[in-house]
Design a binder for this molecule. Structure first.
Ligand SMILES: C[S@@+](CC[C@H](N)C(=O)[O-])C[C@H]1O[C@@H](n2cnc3c(N)ncnc32)[C@H](O)[C@@H]1O
Length: 193
């Protein structure tokens, strides 16, 4: 049977551009040393493209073929090292100790977080940024999910990343250049070693 959430995302990505990267990615990119990156739930690849432009080789995983096709075309046109992988992250085996950087933006599967941390090489960095529970109050017009299963509780991200060294952390209302606002938690954390 076809997963309705997957169909939702296929339709949502259709005929759109990748778009601008998440502000935290742009802000924290100068703190990162280029290497091999994994972006989970990469969508149309706005963040993967920014990382590749900064010199990363990026493995971009998502279950939306539509999203990854848009990413692939943009990466090819710009000659960027992005490797799209169509996979359902609920079944995807994230290889341990393989990546210099793991990126998770606007996506939350709590059970996956431990394997994202384990996917880092010693000294590798995790950049995690997604919606807070406060976003559910923002109403139907707002971006992001309203189901609390996909929203972080206040300070939950800090505890999810317990085994890592937190370099940057913030929670609150983010103002986007297009005037949109969203409640989010964001962290940049390092695997010790
Ligand atoms: C809100 S979009 C975020 C995309 C991208 N991270 C960004 O910031 O632009 C969420 C993405 O998660 C993907 N996704 C949701 N559940 C997934 C799953 N189980 N496996 C793989 N991808 C999934 C969707 O296809 C969608 O592209």
């Amino acid at each position: 049977m076809i997963d309705p959430r997957r169909l939702f995302w296929e339709a949502r990505h259709r005929d759109l551009e990748p778009g601008p990267p998440e502000p935290s990615v742009l802000e924290w990119l100068p703190l990162l040393r280029p290497g091999l990156a994994l972006e989970v739930a990469a969508g149309r690849g706005r963040n993967s493209l920014a990382l590749a432009r900064a010199g990363f080789r990026v493995v971009a995983v998502d279950y939306s073929e539509t999203g990854l096709r848009i990413l692939h075309s943009a990466a090819q046109a710009a000659g960027l090292a992005v490797f799209p992988v169509v996979a359902d992250l609920r079944r995807f085996v994230v290889p341990p100790a393989r990546f210099d950087l793991v990126v998770n933006i606007s996506f939350l599967e709590r059970f996956l977080v431990a394997s994202l941390c384990a996917a880092l090489k010693p000294g590798g960095m995790l950049l995690f940024d997604t919606y807070l529970i406060d976003q559910a109050e923002a109403g139907a017009e707002a971006a992001g999910p309203s189901n609390p299963d996909y929203l972080l509780r206040r300070f939950e991200l800090k505890s999810l990343l317990g085994g890592l060294e937190l370099l940057r952390y913030r929670e609150g209302l983010v103002n986007y250049p297009n005037g949109r606002q969203a409640w989010r938690a964001a962290a940049l954390a390092r695997r010790p070693g």
